[in-house]
Design a protein around this ligand. Structure first.
Ligand code: B1M
Length: 211
């Protein structure tokens, strides 16, 4: 079994200590941090989701797998966010109201920081008013919203409305993402862009800053 397969398996089964050791081992062997995320960590969480859907896994298994994933991301982070850099723009990011999923959002945050953005992370379960307050306080060029539940994705238009009501909508570009989000949903709610993954989100953010 390759180290990638072993790492995927360790995260999938929630074996944090093994996952951490394999991540360090892979980095020491010269594996690229981004590849480890793409080829081992993200597929592991996709399988965990499938098993949960099929009734093979329950919430405790989701929790231990996500704990392992987060631990690996913590190890990979320095390799993805290299040293000091010139800040190219500011992003306020959060997982929307009612939603506690933050692994994807954290990945987007790390990749944005790696690309030179300053990121203000509002965390999870972020109410529309908190996004508005953060835009007032930090004056970002970009607001990023993440949602993983079909129920909470509706907090996205609510947040965009709140920005509009506060007369802040025109001052920021809004990027949305997360498993249930699609390009057409982004259009429907008049977001400025949809990131299918963390890499797409970074490309969009760079494009908005350059425009
Ligand atoms: Co939950 N969960 N969960 N969960 N969970 C899902 C989302 C689910 C699809 C599982 C399933 O049924 N197959 C399902 C949602 C069903 C639906 O809405 N249709 C579900 C459910 C039902 C629930 C609960 C309701 C379960 C319960 O309690 N009965 C509950 C809800 C809690 C809440 O939020 N209020 C719940 C709880 C949890 C845990 C807390 C146990 C845990 C989260 C831990 C954490 O995040 N700290 C958890 C997990 C781990 C998952 C799955 C298995 C994995 C999510 C994940 O981290 N994926 C998930 C199944 C799945 O998605 N396959 C599932 C890896 C991550 C890298 O991908 O977040 O999609 P993702 O991010 C991607 C892209 O989407 C994109 O970039 C990332 C990749 O590069 N992206 C963006 C994300 N945000 C972006 C923002 C952008 C751009 C791109 O721009 C700003």
């Amino acid at each position: 079994m390759s180290v990638i397969d072993e790492l995927q398996n360790a995260v999938e089964t929630g074996n944090r200590l093994n996952a951490e050791a394999l991540t360090r081992q892979a980095l020491e062997a010269g594996e690229d941090a981004g590849n480890l995320i793409r080829q081992a960590l993200i597929p592991a969480m996709a399988i965990v989701g499938e098993k949960f859907k099929n009734g093979e896994y329950f919430v405790p298994e989701l929790l231990v797998a996500s704990r392992a994933m987060r631990a690996c991301l913590g190890i990979l982070r320095p390799a993805l966010v290299p040293g000091a850099f010139q800040t190219i723009g500011r992003v306020v990011i959060g997982t929307v109201r009612g939603d506690l999923h933050d692994i994807g959002k954290n990945l987007v945050k790390i990749m944005l920081e790696g690309a030179g953005f300053e990121v203000i992370d509002l965390g999870v379960d972020v109410a529309p008013e908190r996004f508005v307050e953060a835009v007032r306080d930090h004056q970002p060029q970009i607001v990023g919203m993440s949602a993983l539940l079909t129920t909470t994705m509706l907090s996205m238009p609510a947040t965009i409305d709140a920005l509009r009501t506060a007369a802040l909508r025109d001052r920021v570009k809004v990027i949305v993402g997360g498993a249930p989000i699609t390009d057409s949903f982004a259009d429907e709610i008049a977001a400025d862009g949809y990131g299918a993954d963390a890499y797409a989100a970074v490309e969009l953010a760079k494009r908005f800053i350059a425009a």
